[in-house]
Design a binder for this molecule. Sequence first.
Ligand SMILES: [Zn+2]
Length: 443
Amino acid sequence: MEPNGKFVGAARMNHTILIGIILLPVSLAAAADDIRANPDRMEQNIRALSAFGANADGGVDRLAFGAADLAGRAYIMDLMREAGLSVRLDTAGNIIGRREGIEPDLPVIMFGSHIDSVPGGGNYDGDVGVIGAIEVIQLMQDNGIRTRHPLEIVSFTDEEGGLIGSRAMIGDVDDRTLSVVSHSGMTIGAGISAVGGDPNRLDLAERQPGELKAFIELHIEQGAFLDEENIDIGVVEGIVGIRWWDVTIEGFANHAGTTPMDRRWDAMVSAAEYILAVNRVATGMPGGQVATVGRIHAAPGAPNVIPGEVVLSLEIRDLSAEKIQRVFDEISAAAEGIADDRSTPIRHAEIDVASPPAPTNEQMRRIIAAAADDLGLSFKFMPSGAGHDAQDMTHIAPTGMIFVPSVKGISHSPKEFTSAQDMANGASVLLRTVLAIDGGALE
Ligand SMILES: [Zn+2]
């Protein structure tokens, strides 16, 4: 055993030296491949951006179209110029920084996110994607990397008010949307003008299928899966679809003191059973589907009257439209049972706000996963429960999305936090993904 063991050991050593010699030139040539984002620089840029709209709680109020948004946008444009990009606004007010490719006629590889926030927002939602995209360009500048494809970094207009910039890019903003009053108090149309766009010529902001080689968005997870499981990178499988219903339960309003318990048609009691059924159905099948009753209204709504009618909300989300339908069908069946048992009819009326699931491109998922793997980062495939500009971009370009951990899953809050190293990991994966696509990985 022993001589044999020694022999194996010696062979291994020789083998290692041999591999070292053979790989040396290769690893030098592959140096560009090993570039990693700079956590300190990203942290510094995130901090600087956080000053625009900073609130007393340590978060930001950088509502789209407001003064803080304008100042933040100016800062982002400066950063883009510093990184060597030529900067323009499209008519939707999207900030676009362009870097020419060696072959200027090739389709554009686009990546980015948004810098507007919700009221009382945090310092990472959207911001990490824009700062990360600029970091990628800065790394290319620092390391003398040129790409075949032109690159465009985008900071989308008014993401939090309804994905306005990306919807304009796919031709999905109409006059009705433009007249909606946004968080800032301005209509979306007036807001687009205020940031330098032209709401009357949104057609010019549209990008056609084929114009973009790919779209990639780096974003914080805004949920707790990566943080809890200690995983570096989420490879997003898609943005979940959402459907909403108004649910009306019909009972009979009567005196709460004189009506005995066995002679009641109590809509509230049926509502209680219905709510439990929703939870049971969504919990009872495998998968990541979620179903929620988030609002309830009982009429007439007095302590001494048996509720004659209850109206509540039902929301179902999943990555698959069929799955959403299946969850709804099971809830419907359960509702029929409750309605029969208690003689309180239950009606579902769907509300017209449905957004269909937006799966990311399968090849893009594999490219992002391989990039994470090559960098020695752990990753998992996961859906996004929140909406993102990327969901619009799936309509016109192969789209991929990279998640980095949100500590404790907190988002849309000043307590939102992502570490500098996690931000840098995301940007490193983004760089590698862009270079892989540029090199032909997406054919
Ligand atoms: Zn966001």
